[in-house]
Design a protein around this ligand. Sequence first.
Ligand SMILES: *Cc1c(COP(=O)(O)O)cnc(C)c1O
Length: 396
Amino acid sequence: MKKKRIYLDYAATTPVDSQVFSVMRPYFTEKFGNPMSIHAFGREASNAVEKARQTSAIFFGCDPSEIIFTSGATESNNLAIKGAAISLVNHQGGSKPHVITTQFEHSCILNSCKKLEEQGMAEVTYLPIGNDGLVKINDIEKAIKANTLLISVMYVNNEIGTIQPIKEIGKLIEKLNSNREQKIIFHTDATQAINYFDCKVDNLKVDLLSMSAHKIYGPKGVGCLYIRKNIRVTRIQDGGGQEFNLRSGTLNVPGIVGLGAALEIAEKERKKVSKLVEKLRDHMITRIMKEIKGVKLNGSKLKRSPNNANFIFQDVEGEGLLLGLDIEGVAVSTGSACSAGDLRPSHVLMAIGIPEEESHGSLRVTLGKYTTKTEIDRFIKSLKEVVARLRKIAGK
Ligand SMILES: *Cc1c(COP(=O)(O)O)cnc(C)c1O
């Protein structure tokens, strides 16, 4: 009999919650209208989208008109970074705004910033990250210049799970803005934070916030961007003018309905899931550190998402570990799914100062609400075998 597979890669994606799927389902079949249509089919679809917008607004503590539905966090981040920068350039009569971000953002933030630099639209500072995986407020404060107009810092890192001090950064920017004519816009990529942390935009004091449904037990290909009232963002896609003319294209109605449902469930289950996942994760870390020699945990132990552990196994290649575990039916990751298959060292581990040779032995294990203790214990059993085998082959 084939063994049941074990999924420990929840930071890459999550399965759709069955409750989410059942509310989405009718919008594929009988309720298939285009929300732009004026007839009853269209109104039915449009009502469902507006209901999801309200649910999302409740989750983020904002007004529904501040929520823009997109195809996911990659698009939300592109729209936030490029849209805000382009609008600033237009507004300032062509002078270059200064953008501050960190070296360990998701590739969609880093590549959006690089694109702005290439096109001469912005000047960008990429802040280093401490060995604990945390950005220092002091570094942000020091990097701010007269023409700094956009700061983007992720809430929870997708590889090492460390939680950035978003509220403190928000407070700093608010304080500085009170004396500035041109206000600094603050963006956060909250994709990995939604399940576990407070995402009320006024508590965080953010102007822009990105998220994606498929990381929170919702469907793939849908996300949203929160844009605070009075913050100017220029659209980067032209068309029929949907989403307040900020994101043209026929709306992904079932996806949006699913996103709303997933956010509602995330809020309701947050406490319970956080506790469950953290307990299992800590049990796993304790056992691994005790039972396997030459293991290190990357990033702060305390300031990290309850579902994340990122290890370095000495004298082992992470790729080999991943493939060995895959044969055993266990799914983990060496870094971010978006750069999997890429043998370059992880930019996140480099940013927190892990030497290149060491970073090749890294393994990311991310748990979720369906993870069980039996799965964790079976994973550890396989891990011990695979690590021992690989070390033996390497003659260590
Ligand atoms: C997954 C992820 C993204 C990309 O989201 P998509 O919806 O897959 O485009 C962006 N940022 C972070 C932090 C992520 O974890």
